[in-house]
Design a protein around this ligand. Structure first.
Ligand code: SME
Length: 169
């Protein structure tokens, strides 16, 4: 099993996500646990791209996200659906790219160095919203459609696991 963290910073984004996705699938081969998946994907994404903050907010009540596995400085604990970028992505079940957090009304500041971010819904195999993946950068405009496509494909891993190791509401 390949266990090292890839350095993806010098690669074109589409190639970087292809390599990352195949690496994640190799590392998580035989693992059927969403928390292990979130922790592993956070670590590989965060260190592979050198992001500011990378992690998951899990759906723990019908309209509430709670922080899950992540890498970075202290994240806020609870986010209601509809609040901030994460809550917007969860409520609307769509990827949200924010090129400048100062221009996004209601953005929740956890780390003041954050300048741009992308939040991607994570769906279970039955189509239910399980979590969102939140990635922050200290540069404006760090994320684009190549990140959206690569990350949406990457989180497809969660739709394929047997689960559920955790009971959700
Ligand atoms: N930026 C997020 C809050 C979570 S932190 O960035 C870790 C938001 O506005 O949803």
């Amino acid at each position: 099993m390949a266990e090292t963290t890839l350095d993806l910073r010098q690669l074109p984004k589409d190639r970087a996500y292809l390599e990352l996705t195949s690496h994640v699938e190799s590392v998580l081969d035989g693992i059927d646990d969403e928390i292990a998946g979130m922790a592993t994907i956070s670590a590989l994404l965060h260190h592979g791209f050198d992001h500011l903050w990378t992690g998951f907010y899990r759906v723990v009540q019908p309209s509430l996200l709670r922080v899950g596995p992540y890498q970075g400085t202290l994240g806020c604990l609870d986010i209601a659906f509809g609040r901030g970028v994460c809550g917007t992505a969860a409520a609307e079940r769509r990827t949200v790219i924010v090129t400048d957090v100062d221009a996004f009304p209601g953005h929740i500041t956890c780390d003041p160095r954050s300048r741009s971010e992308i939040v991607v819904p994570v769906l279970a195999g039955n189509g239910e919203l399980m979590a969102v993946l939140d990635i922050d950068s200290d540069c404006t405009g760090a994320f684009d459609d190549r990140d959206r496509a690569g990350l949406e494909r990457l989180v497809g891993w969660f739709a394929r696991i047997e689960r559920p190791s955790i009971r959700r509401v």
